[in-house]
Design a protein around this ligand. Structure first.
Ligand SMILES: Nc1ncnc2c1ncn2[C@@H]1O[C@H](COP(=O)(O)OP(=O)(O)OP(=O)(O)O)[C@@H](O)[C@H]1O
Ligand SMILES: O=P(O)(O)OC[C@H]1O[C@H](OP(=O)(O)OP(=O)(O)O)[C@H](O)[C@@H]1O
Ligand SMILES: [Mg+2]
Length: 287
């Protein structure tokens, strides 16, 4: 038996979506109470460890966990020696450098000698060093956008996604520092010594990501309508076509399509002769 430990965010904004993704992947948690730090799963070989997103890279690097899910920004900030295996296409945010709207600063070089507040001191230091700009880092644990107003920093380096916080605090972005999203990381030793199990978990998570934005269309049609229907249905090696038992000349057509196209497709399919159309969501896609 190969036991592996999977580290998941215990709080913060990616905790809930990650939890949902793991559940969808079939790795159901069993008996995990709100404040429990370790949980069992339906697979006796997989144990879950709940940790702060910022601590997960280090737990994975030192083997406390074999696999982890956290932000790319967290991995870069900790500088942990882990393998980044899969982008989960969630928790997308950009780390930016910003200054007060009325500041004279236009570009990064203008910040020479400035005080820069951030929750990401390592990434920020590296960024300004790369630009040959000398700054004083003011480390903060949150609410970074308030620091220029408080007079303790001239600029900030912080995450933005919707842009609301930057706008509300009357700040102006002058540079992009790092793009981040949530991903799966693995311990290097586990990748060789527990290779099969790690890949099993990875495949399960990947299957959920692959299914996102896709749905399954089912419909009936007279066989003569098939060419017109096939013309409407895009890609993926064409639709699956089956005879409908006991209904002479009637066929069932199934196809995987992008969710964003469904509205238009249904109208086109109806015009092409399809009826009894069903649209279903896909939980997982395994190649
Ligand atoms: N505005 C955002 N939009 C999308 N993802 C974000 C945003 N802010 C943070 N994240 C991502 O969420 C992950 C965890 O950060 P978050 O700040 O939610 O957790 P935390 O710092 O543990 O929580 P808190 O800030 O409430 O203490 C990071 O990898 C980060 O990139
Ligand atoms: O572009 P927006 O959608 O407005 O998001 C950006 C905000 O989200 C994060 O804050 P978080 O919620 O983690 O609070 P914190 O500042 O206390 O860490 C980040 O630090 C920004 O403050
Ligand atoms: Mg935060």
């Amino acid at each position: 038996m190969t036991s592996i430990r999977l580290a998941l965010p215990n709080k913060g904004r990616i905790a809930q979506p990650v939890r949902e993704l793991v559940e969808k992947s079939g790795i159901h948690l069993v008996g995990s109470g709100e404040r429990k730090l370790v949980a069992k799963t339906v697979d006796p070989e997989i144990e879950v460890l709940f940790a702060r997103p910022v601590d997960i890279p280090e737990y994975v690097a030192n083997g406390a966990a074999d696999i982890g899910i956290t932000g790319h920004d967290m991995v870069m900030e900790r500088g942990s020696d882990v393998e980044e295996l899969l982008d989960l296409k969630m928790g997308g945010a950009t780390l930016v450098a910003a200054v007060p709207e009325d500041s004279a600063v236009v570009e990064v070089v203008d910040l020479d000698g400035a005080r820069v507040a951030t929750e990401f001191p390592t990434i920020t230091r590296t960024f300004f060093e790369r630009h040959g700009v000398s700054v004083t880092i003011v480390p903060v644990g949150g609410a970074c956008e308030a620091t220029p107003y408080l007079g303790i920093a001239d600029a900030i380096v912080d995450l933005t996604s919707s842009g609301t916080t930057i706008r509300t605090n009357r700040l102006r972005v002058i540079a992009e520092v790092l793009r981040s999203s949530t991903g799966v990381i693995a311990n290097r030793t586990a990748l060789t010594e527990k290779k099969e199990k790690v890949h099993e978990v990875l495949l399960a998570l990947e299957s959920v990501v692959r299914a996102q934005g896709q749905c399954y269309l089912m419909m009936n049609a007279q066989r003569e309508a098939l060419p017109a229907i096939e013309e409407v249905l895009p890609g993926l090696g064409g639709p699956t076509v089956m005879d409908v038992a006991s209904k002479e000349g009637l066929v069932a057509v199934h196809a995987v399509v992008a969710e964003e196209c469904v509205y238009q497709l249904i109208n086109q399919l109806k015009r092409a002769g399809a009826r009894d159309i069903l649209v279903m969501s896909i939980e997982r896609m395994i190649p």
